[in-house]
Ligand binder design. Structure first.
Ligand code: PGA
Length: 251
């Protein structure tokens, strides 16, 4: 059985004052059946980990370098994230692919580095609106998966997030049918490449304007094991109902 997962991506938001949200969220879900992960900016990881200590809440980074150390000004290595208290790291988010020209080959190298550091990589894939309109959704997602996921990926070290670029931060959510088509495809691709054990074990998250109001429907969709949430993860008041919907879906 795959353990469901609600992951929050704070992106470049949050200051020390926002650490209170972490405490509130941890308090609201003392013993969740699903896994709850928050990915604050790197500067907040260590204090967030201190707040989350002794709770069920886990933490993640938003990116890492492919090398474990070296002359890479401004970058953060996977072992550094782990030391700061992260158990997860988001990789290949479309904002990084767009803002920093990150390629799938780079994402794959980062995912391998994350795995080597004992982190679980949340690898993001997803098509643009132009690609969807051109009927290329599955071929784009398939290519991103083929190029971004390392050869020795395991169900413990990999989570895959389907994030249609046109649904991120836009208030436009993909329909259940659209999500199911892609998630069923991703499951089949993983099974084809890695075999039934790993293919069945990797958790598939949907991301893109997930809110408390649409979470239950999304979590009832085929092969959806949870969500990667941006804007609605910034406060316990917004993220709590999403986690609650995931908990209800698990029951
Ligand atoms: P959003 O972001 O929930 O604000 O649409 C999702 C994401 O980028 O992971």
């Amino acid at each position: 059985m795959r353990r469901r997962l609600a992951a929050g991506n704070w992106k470049m938001n949050g200051s020390r004052a926002a650490l209170a949200e972490i405490a509130a969220l941890a308090e609201a879900f003392p013993a969740p059946a699903s896994e709850i992960v928050l990915c604050p900016p790197a500067t907040l990881l260590a204090p967030a980990a201190a707040r989350a200590e002794g709770t069920a809440l886990r933490l993640g980074g938003q990116d890492c370098h492919a090398e474990p150390r070296g002359a890479h000004t401004g970058d953060i290595a996977a072992p550094m994230l782990a030391e700061a208290g992260a158990a997860y790291v988001i990789l290949g988010h479309s904002e990084r692919r767009a803002d920093h020209g990150e390629t799938s080959a780079q994402v794959r190298a980062k995912a391998a580095a994350a795995q080597a550091a004992g982190l679980t990589a949340i690898v993001c894939v997803g098509e643009s609106l132009a690609e969807r309109d051109a009927g290329e959704t599955l071929s784009i997602v398939g290519a991103q998966m083929a190029e971004s996921i390392p050869e020795d990926a395991t169900a413990e070290a990999l989570v895959l997030a389907y994030e249609p670029v046109w649904a991120i931060g836009t208030g436009r959510t993909a329909s259940s049918a659209q999500i199911a088509e892609v998630h069923d495809f991703m499951r089949a691709e993983l099974t084809r490449r890695f075999g039934a054990g790993t293919g069945d074990g990797v958790r598939l998250l949907y991301g893109g304007s997930v809110k408390g109001a649409n979470a239950a429907e999304i979590f009832a969709t085929s092969n959806v094991d949870g969500a990667l949430v941006g804007g609605a993860s910034l406060t316990a008041a917004d993220f709590g109902p999403i986690v609650a919907a995931l908990e209800a879906a698990e029951a």
